[in-house]
Design a protein around this ligand. Structure first.
Ligand SMILES: [Cu+2]
Length: 366
């Protein structure tokens, strides 16, 4: 090929153009095939799951979270995907009937959207509250540059007790809104665009919930975000004074997987790999581990990527990479499996385009 390239470069130009065209077409196809794969949230005052991800995403197994940030702790225990997918708390096809789609008590999970992934965000308790003033702004980060048909910002009425009362539509008053605003009018960010929406909540003091609805413009896709605020508050250095009712502090030390004392036995478990969502440049995946006909004490799953995929973060397993080879070991709480029992772990990874699913192997510790 290189002699040909040197002696006759001109005929190769169309090939280059075709290659570039193919890449562009692939990216467009990926974007169109996954219209809902990258989205947004309120980043200031942080929505419940964005805040948990921001504060603990790099340290989510730290047991100190149980006492320092107990509502985040219970949310991470309930479903870490609610934090990794902080930008995906939406419903589709609501046609503007938000109150009909979302029952009282479920507002912070978008009506238990996404198969219940965000349910823990409805839990009552001392969510970390950001200090704010009666005239404030929310900042919305739209990673996918969808733009907005509208954004509505509500604030709970004075007297509402966020520690004891499940949030209902009747607790809310509209405090600010914007109408149709294409992404071209938002502020460019390193990923996507952002916009600030002014809001006014006179007469409020103390703890409240800011409830934001983002009606994205690319589809009938509506996002529902609860942000906890403290009007006149002094800041996050003030610890919560009321213990949350639902936080379950750990009774055992955090996962520090003890090295197996028995040599691993092959063939006692199986693993299946799948991509759950993908976008241009990356994807989220999940591996299901199933014990064989006898109980196991731990497991290790290995696979090799063929297309340069790289794992950037994981949950439910300790994942290490060496070149294209990936090794995932159980964490403390999901190593022991009864005969036929299953557990899953997940991860985020980068990809350069082609994303062939590898065939994992599972090795059990018995
Ligand atoms: Cu989206």
């Amino acid at each position: 090929m290189s002699p040909l390239l040197r002696s006759r470069p001109a005929p190769l130009a169309p090939a280059w153009l075709l290659a570039i065209g193919a890449v562009v077409a692939l990216l467009l196809t990926t974007a169109l095939a996954n219209p809902a794969s990258a989205h947004g949230s309120v980043v200031d005052p942080a929505s419940r799951n964005y805040g948990c991800w921001q504060r603990w995403g790099s340290d989510f197994q730290n047991p100190n979270m149980a006492t320092q940030d107990p509502m985040c702790w219970q949310a991470w225990q309930a479903d870490p995907n609610a934090m990794w997918n902080w930008n995906g708390l939406f419903r589709e096809g609501v046609a503007g009937n938000h109150q009909a789609a979302i029952p009282d008590g479920q507002l912070c999970s978008g009506g238990r959207s996404n198969s219940g992934r965000y349910n823990a965000l409805d839990a009552l308790g001392a969510w970390r509250a950001a200090p704010t003033t009666n005239n404030f702004r929310i900042k919305f980060l739209d990673q996918a540059s969808h733009g907005a048909d509208y954004i509505r910002v509500y604030v709970t009425k004075q007297g509402f007790n966020a520690l004891t009362k499940p949030l209902a539509w009747s607790d809310l008053e509209l405090a600010g809104q914007i109408g149709n605003t294409p992404a071209s009018q938002w502020t460019p960010e390193s990923q996507g665009v952002s916009i600030q929406v002014p809001a006014s909540a006179p007469g409020r003091s103390g703890r409240h919930i800011v409830y934001t609805i983002w009606q994205a413009s690319h589809l009938d896709q509506s996002y529902y975000l609860c942000s906890d605020v403290d009007f006149g508050g002094t800041g996050p250095s003030t610890p919560p004074t009321t213990p949350p009712p639902t936080a379950a502090p750990p009774t055992t030390p955090p996962p520090t997987a003890a090295p197996p004392t028995t040599p691993p036995a092959a063939g006692r478990c199986t693993a299946t790999y799948r991509v759950t969502t993908s976008w241009s440049g990356g994807f989220q995946g999940e591996v299901e581990v199933t014990a064989g006909s006898s109980a196991i004490r731990g497991w290790t799953v290995n696979w090799t990527y063929a297309n340069g995929q790289r794992i950037s973060s994981s949950w439910g397993a300790t994942v290490t990479s060496s070149g294209s080879t990936v090794t995932a070991r159980n964490v403390d709480y999901n190593g022991a499996l009864a005969p036929g029992a299953k557990t899953t772990f997940g991860f985020l990874a980068s990809s350069t385009g082609t994303n062939t699913a590898p065939t994992p192997t599972c090795t059990a510790t018995v």
